[in-house]
Ligand binder design. Structure first.
Ligand code: HEM
Length: 367
């Protein structure tokens, strides 16, 4: 889709309008237009799509990434930002270092399984940081439950995958009715989702009661509950926001690492330069830590380039307009889908020559 939308952007400009039956779709393909609409007019452009399968049958209307603009979204967003912002998260640097060391050991033992290792590493990292759960292998029940839930979600989010999204009345069909396989699918997915959200939180609560367990975002959040206000509402916010971290944080970071492997394999010259920098700055007797980042500009440029060159979310998440609007003389109706075309807007297509002609082009990646 992003390739077709990018050809359209090249031909018609950074604002393109399509119509699918009655649905208006607006594709935004420049930083300028994305910032004008998504940032400066966030009140109008921040609603999310409504899928009967996902919201009603999978019961995911709580998810931060699916909430419409409004008070519940603002609360969840504030909570999330408080616990996962770049400075708070530094207290987990040691934990990240440990998880990366385990990844390196796995890569040395079975390099051919690097795709599995990267997926497992980010699942383990998010679960440990968020709930203090130590995961030794892919068969861990928390990883299994969350993975099955997300697999179902990824299937449900495909446009046109389920009739119930086209005819919402079908959601009332009983599960035993012939052809109601979608209801059984939803029931199974819900079970995995509740397990993925509740079990790790129960684990943290039990640890808090017994005074055991590792530090985690969930433990901090549960301890900070204001007992003078509605505690169950606060606990719900914790449960749902932390659940969003697994959903949004694993399937984005692990393919990014996989792309890094791809970049290194297809560009050995870039790999060599990065390795030379590591050897010069760190030496060969220890591993780099996050504190070394400012002294490793080339490695830092590779990180930025992997995110820019092949973004794992080339069209981000679809936005919907909460009201009609006018932009640059175009009328944009209420209920339009608005897609931010990061693939085109960030000038994808080619790997930056700055990495090849470094250090002459190092100003392309200001630190
Ligand atoms: C390479 C890594 C990542 C990429 C490329 C990425 C990309 C994105 C994108 C494109 C959106 C939608 C923005 C929009 O159009 O509204 C998003 C939303 C979100 N991401 Fe990430 N993400 C990454 C990592 C993470 C991680 C590690 C976490 C959590 C620990 C996370 C949590 C979230 C949440 C909660 C939302 C929903 C925010 C909202 O709707 O207010 N993401 N992400």
């Amino acid at each position: 889709m992003w390739l077709s939308y990018s050809s359209m952007a090249q031909k018609y400009g950074d604002i393109v309008h399509l119509k699918a039956l009655t649905q208006n779709i607006i594709i935004v393909s420049s930083m300028e237009a994305a910032s004008d609409l998504f940032d400066k007019r966030a009140k109008i452009y921040s609603d999310r799509f409504r899928s009967t399968m996902i919201m009603d049958l999978l019961d995911m209307s709580w998810s931060l990434g699916l909430l419409n603009y409004g008070e519940p979204w603002r609360k969840a967003r504030k909570f999330f930002h408080y616990h996962y912002n770049t400075s708070t998260i530094r207290q987990y640097d040691g934990l990240q270092f440990d998880v990366v060391r385990r990844l390196l050991r796995r890569l040395r033992t079975s390099p051919e399984r690097f795709l599995d290792h990267s997926q497992f590493t980010f699942a383990a990292l998010i679960l440990r940081m968020t709930y203090g759960v130590h995961i030794e292998n892919e068969r861990n029940e928390h990883v299994v439950e969350a993975t099955l839930w997300l697999e179902a979600f990824n299937e449900a989010i495909q446009p046109g995958r389920f009739w119930v999204d086209i005819m919402p009345i079908l959601k009332y069909v009983p599960t035993w009715f012939p052809g109601a396989g979608f209801k059984k699918f939803a029931l199974k997915a819900r079970k995995h989702m509740y397990n993925a959200l509740d079990r790790p939180l129960d684990f943290v609560k039990a640890n808090l009661l017994s005074g055991t367990g590792s530090p985690s975002i969930a433990a901090t959040a549960l301890e900070n509950i204001d007992k003078t206000c509605d505690a169950s509402e606060q606990e719900n916010l914790i449960r749902n926001s932390l659940g969003a971290a697994f959903g949004a944080g694993v399937d984005t970071t692990s393919p990014t690492l996989q792309l890094f492997f791809y970049l290194m394999m297809t560009h050995p010259d870039i790999q060599k330069k990065a390795q030379n920098e590591l050897h010069t700055v760190i030496g060969e007797r220890r591993l780099p830590t996050l504190n070394d980042r400012p002294n490793l500009p080339y490695v830092e440029a590779i990180v930025k380039e992997v995110l820019r060159w092949q973004p794992v979310t080339p069209l981000a998440l679809p936005h919907y307009t909460a009201a009609a609007d006018e932009y640059r003389g175009y009328y944009i109706p209420k209920g339009s889908v608005v897609l931010g075309n990061a693939w085109y807007g960030l000038g994808m297509k080619y790997l930056s020559l700055a990495l090849i002609f470094w250090p002459f082009c190092s100003q392309a990646y200001p630190t």
